[in-house]
Write a protein that binds this ligand. Structure first.
Ligand code: SAM
Length: 194
């Protein structure tokens, strides 16, 4: 699902970069994310800011996936070492072979993905044994609050509660290793492939 112009603008702002680096990526590291030597897939990589942080830590490979070619063009322009950027949707990972990645990262994009439940099935297939998904994402309650103030116009049918997200991951072959819930607004999870 493409972004509204307002959300697109907000994504490029300094506060969002600060939040990715100081809160979300830091939480993933606290949850055990090992970047050095790993094969990493980031879904919804946008213009590649998280990619620029991740590739500094020398992964074996970094793949950024996004549905917006305009975003991918900016990400490619960063010329990051060991990084590839590809067009596609987080709910269709068929372009990747089974067992390709050690970790899949989501920095606040699953609430845009129409078939976010299928994302878990696809992730399970492309993760190596013992691989994990690291999620930082916003609940239905949070999106309702944001939309009431900023009128970003998220699609209602795509939204989830943090409990629904976890239940779905658990039912689709993942165990919850770590989780943090910020006022039921943003949730952080590490789900490991069973
Ligand atoms: C709110 S932005 C987040 C971007 C970046 N992860 C960040 O935190 O700044 C959402 C991004 O997800 C992408 N996106 C939306 N739906 C997607 C989907 N189904 N699959 C992959 N990317 C998607 C958009 O194109 C956009 O780049």
């Amino acid at each position: 699902m493409k972004l509204s112009v307002k959300e697109f603008d907000a994504m490029q702002m300094g506060w969002r970069k600060w939040y990715i680096e100081k809160i979300e990526l830091k939480t993933f590291m606290k949850f055990g994310l090992k970047i050095c030597g790993s094969d990493i897939l980031e879904v919804g990589c946008g213009s590649g800011y998280a990619a620029s942080l991740i590739t500094r830590e020398t992964p074996n490979s970094y793949t950024g996936l996004d549905i917006m070619p305009e975003q991918l063009a900016i990400a490619c322009g960063r010329n990051l070492p060991n990084a590839v950027f590809v067009e596609g949707s987080a709910d269709d990972l068929t372009q990747f072979p089974d067992g390709s990645f050690d970790a899949i990262l989501d920095f606040c994009i699953l609430h845009h993905v129409e078939d976010w439940r299928i994302f878990f099935d696809e992730s399970r297939r492309v993760l190596k044994d013992n691989g994990s998904i690291y999620i930082a994402d916003l609940s239905r309650k949070c999106i309702h609050m944001v939309d009431a103030v900023l009128h970003w116009g998220h699609a209602e049918e795509v939204l989830f509660s943090l409990q629904e997200l976890e239940t779905e991951a658990n039912q689709r072959g993942f165990e919850t290793v770590y989780k943090e819930n910020v006022l039921d607004l943003e949730g952080y999870f590490r789900f490991r492939k069973k």
